[in-house]
Design a protein around this ligand. Structure first.
Ligand code: SF4
Length: 240
């Protein structure tokens, strides 16, 4: 399930170039004006019986079609933290390319982090990993994951995997997609094995290179093909 309290976004780094929500070929999916959606307070809305519309024991992917830490949302984020705090029975997954703004609008009672918040730092290349991940690890967060998506080159995550619960990897999707090399994926998997971190190869992307051959992958097959390669490392719990 996804919860998008606001919509709109703009480029933060190289990984955004072909963003399928706000990139040059994505006009029909989104727009760049950042505004609240009509789902802003969705997790705490109740029905006539006074029960929450969204039942508990769920994972809510939060701001997967925008960025949770956009400066334009600083005021709204305060309210959203309060909503998240109220729904301790829901796990909120927050993915961001703007982890350097994590401390802005953090609630006063955050402490070492809320138990029901899992923050994912996106890195697409070594440069973004070397800038974002030391910051990510320095912040008080109870549960962390790294999303290498879209994976644009070989990345060495080794110095950053301590304190990270999980790594997800995915190639770039869309007409202008850049190549994703399976060797880069396998290399990250190897790093995760050594660090005892779970790993999920989410999707191949549209241009997938394997055994020296670059193949165009149909958008509907990118997830299933990644799964069929059978390289995920699970600890028995649900992968994202
Ligand atoms: S941060 Fe995410 S949603 Fe925003 S432009 Fe970049 S890829 Fe798109």
């Amino acid at each position: 399930m996804n919860w998008e309290p606001w919509t709109g976004c703009y480029k933060a780094s190289d990984g955004c170039t072909n963003c399928y929500f706000y990139g040059p070929h994505a006009k029909r999916y989104g727009q760049n004006t950042i505004q609240k959606t009509d789902k802003f307070d969705w997790p705490i809305r109740k029905n006539t019986k006074g029960e929450y519309n969204i039942k508990g024991n769920k994972i809510l992917a939060t701001c997967f079609a925008t960025d949770f830490f956009l400066p334009e949302a600083d005021e709204w984020r305060k309210e959203v933290w309060a909503i998240i705090k109220e729904r301790t029975d829901i796990e909120f997954l927050i993915l961001t390319k703007r982890i350097d703004r994590f401390l802005v609008s953090l609630p006063a009672d955050w402490g070492t982090g809320y138990d029901n918040v899992n923050i994912g730092c996106t890195v697409e290349n070594q440069k973004s990993a070397d800038y974002r991940l030391p910051l990510f690890l320095s912040y008080p967060i109870k549960r962390r994951f790294i999303a290498c998506a879209p994976l644009l080159e070989e990345i060495d995550l080794t110095p950053y995997l301590h304190g990270v619960d999980h790594v997800t990897v995915g190639g770039e999707t869309g007409r202008e997609a850049r190549e994703c090399d399976y060797n880069w994926v396998l290399h990250i998997r190897e790093q995760c094995m050594k660090a005892n971190t779970t790993f999920w190869f989410k999707n191949t992307g549209s241009l997938f290179k394997r055994n020296g051959i670059v193949e165009k992958i149909n958008p509907f097959k990118q997830n299933s093909m990644a799964k069929e390669l059978g390289i995920d490392i699970s600890d028995g719990k649900r992968l994202f």
